[in-house]
Design a protein around this ligand. Structure first.
Ligand SMILES: [Zn+2]
Length: 277
């Protein structure tokens, strides 16, 4: 089991450090943190896909509102497809894609991997496929999953994982230690993805939080831009804050056992990519 950390998107909203807590200029620099896992028995597994080829070629399939608000840089080099190839693999080697959720900045690359089965919580697909309302229709973009037919859906039941419920991804005949950990709130079926590596557990927390200091300090801190964005995007605020609190307890209590990171924190992205086991 070997894990590559990929940045599959770059969003540069106005606000600089007021948005992301780090950037020096007028704009922030927000990554889309994805994983490419070389498994022992199940081929390549991708966790989230960021923006894909279809988004680069047809930006209009994303909503104008989020393209402008997030100032998205749609470039081929950021796509998972391009990075998979640069690592020396074929797109057909990617057999499974696990999604934390179906927002436009996570599901854009689904069509780039036609041999992959897509794993997601059933509640997430239900919300996305039946998207209603102004926000729902702009965040969930049906053209991103048009033609994707091989779905594996999960209910919340499963096994205990560090005090969380989790459900093991069904990847093949052999058992792999890759789990979906429901973290509802940002969306209905939002889930983290836990992966056991030789160095310990990694938890990709998706959009359950946005800034490192929300879960790694005992008193939550978050720059105003990311705080506002999370409020604007959440489906169930109480559930989101409750799950963030549980992640904080996990991060502080199991620091040596579980490495936790989210989708959009630039410092976590940099840190993960600089540590190559
Ligand atoms: Zn996101």
């Amino acid at each position: 089991m070997h894990v590559h950390h990929l940045n599959c998107g770059c969003m540069c909203p106005l606000g600089g450090a007021l948005f992301d807590g780090y950037s020096r200029g007028l704009t922030a620099s927000v990554p889309c943190h994805c994983l490419l896992i070389e498994t022992d028995h199940s081929g390549l597994v991708l966790v989230d896909t960021g923006f894909g080829q279809g988004d680069v070629q047809h930006p209009e399939r994303l909503s104008l509102f989020f393209r402008v608000l997030n100032n998205i840089r749609l470039e081929h080099r950021f796509t998972a497809l391009d990075q998979v190839r640069r690592l020396g693999f074929s797109p057909d080697d990617v057999r499974h894609i696990l999604l934390t959720h179906l927002d436009f900045d996570h599901a854009g690359g689904l069509q780039d991997f036609p041999k992959a089965r897509v794993h997601v919580m059933a509640a997430e697909r239900e919300q996305a496929f039946g998207a209603v309302g102004w926000k729902g229709r702009r965040r969930f973009r049906a053209p991103q999953w048009r033609g994707v037919e091989d779905w594996q859906l999960y209910g919340p039941e499963g096994e205990a994982w560090f005090g969380f419920d989790s459900v093991r991804a069904v990847l093949g005949a052999e058992r792999e230690d890759i789990l979906l950990v429901p973290l509802r709130g940002h969306t209905e079926g939002h889930a983290g993805v836990a992966v056991r590596t030789p160095e310990g557990w990694k938890l990709h927390a998706g959009d359950a939080y946005f800034h490192h200091d929300e879960v790694h300090l005992s008193q939550r801190q978050c720059p105003p831009g990311m705080r506002l964005y999370q409020r604007m995007m959440d489906t169930d605020r109480q559930a989101r804050l409750h799950n963030q609190q549980r992640l904080r307890a996990l991060a502080l209590g199991q620091a040596g056992h579980v490495e936790i990171f989210c989708s959009h924190d630039p410092a976590e992205m940099l840190q993960a990519r600089s540590v190559v086991p």
